[in-house]
Design a protein around this ligand. Structure first.
Ligand code: NAD
Length: 286
């Protein structure tokens, strides 16, 4: 029987979430996605109008089907968390059941269970500011959207994850090495995400036989990355300095996620896997 995946953080066809969805679909999984509420309308409209059809083509020539798109805002765990200005915000008022707990409940009602959970989302409102210029509010917002969002997703989805299931997040090497420009507490948020991967692997493994891993991905020109402002420089740097001198494709990250979600990776948990053309292994630029 095919597996079912819920991928949080898909709002166009440029990011890692989309590529992971494709690799999982190519391997036979049923695809559910969670899309950030403010981006939902344009994503669903574009999907419906065929704007992504070219990007939906799988290796066998068929088109990836997304069985259902759920509105999601991963900084809110349940309705009690949602402040009045968001509740009444035009972009939010048009959707419902988009807090993490409600999305997990909806997926349970619709499908009963899932096998694969993917967290492919991050947000740091002050990402362009150096850490020394980052406000407490901006720092905590980065951690909330980029790190705790994963703890919360896993916490709420674990009860509906089948034993043998697999959970994957995306991280970036700025957590462990200095990458000037990746500011606003985003480097801190990725460090938290990586540390949590280990603790969550223990807790989810013991309690639910679910594996928890993270992929440290190289630079990709996604919407989120373009907002940071230094992505072209990072891609050029990798091309010049990585052991493998080629541009990283999102598909390479997608394929690693498909491997990690498969029985081929049945003994891998608590791991950080670099998918970055080997750049992490370099000690100096060349
Ligand atoms: P992306 O723009 O495709 O994905 C980020 C998604 O997060 C967007 O769809 C956005 O709508 C969503 N999002 C933001 N706040 C949210 C919230 N509160 N609730 C729900 N969704 C929310 O960009 P991407 O670069 O593919 O990012 C995916 C993951 O990959 C992120 O964790 C990112 O840090 C990581 N990553 C990216 C790169 C890169 O160079 N692009 C490198 C390493 C790691």
């Amino acid at each position: 029987k095919g597996k079912r995946a819920f991928i949080a953080g898909v709002a166009d066809d440029n990011g890692y979430g989309w590529a992971i969805a494709k690799s999982l679909a190519a391997a036979g999984a049923e695809i559910l996605v969670g899309t950030w509420v403010p981006a939902l309308n344009i994503f669903e409209t574009s999907l419906r109008r065929g704007k992504f059809d070219e990007s939906r083509v799988l290796p066998d020539g068929s088109l990836m089907e997304i069985t259902k798109v759920y509105p999601l805002d991963a900084v809110f765990d349940n309705l009690e968390d949602v402040p009045e200005d968001i509740k009444t915000n035009k972009r939010y008022a048009g959707s419902s059941n988009w807090t993490v707990q409600e999305v997990a409940e909806s997926v349970k009602q619709d499908f009963g269970s899932i096998d694969i959970l993917v967290h492919s989302l991050a947000n740091g409102p002050e990402v362009t500011k150096p850490l020394l210029e980052t406000s407490r509010k901006g720092y905590l917002a980065a951690i909330s959207a980029s790190s705790y969002s994963y703890v919360s997703l896993l916490k709420h989805f674990l009860p509906i994850m089948n034993p043998g299931g697999s959970s994957i997040s995306l991280t970036y090497i700025a957590s462990e090495r200095i990458i000037p420009g990746y500011g606003g507490g985003m480097s801190s948020a990725k460090a938290a995400l990586e540390s949590d991967t280990k603790v969550l692997a223990f807790e989810a493994g013991r309690k639910h036989k679910v594996r928890v891993n993270t992929i440290s991905a190289g630079p990709l020109r996604s919407r989120a990355a373009k907002a940071i402002g230094f992505i072209d420089m990072m891609i050029d740097y990798s091309l010049a300095n990585a052991p493998l001198q080629k541009e990283l494709s999102a598909e390479e990250v997608g394929n690693t996620a498909a491997f990690l979600a498969s029985p081929l990776a049945s003994a891998i948990t608590g791991a950080l896997i670099y998918v970055d053309n080997g750049l992490n292994a370099m000690g100096v630029g060349v």
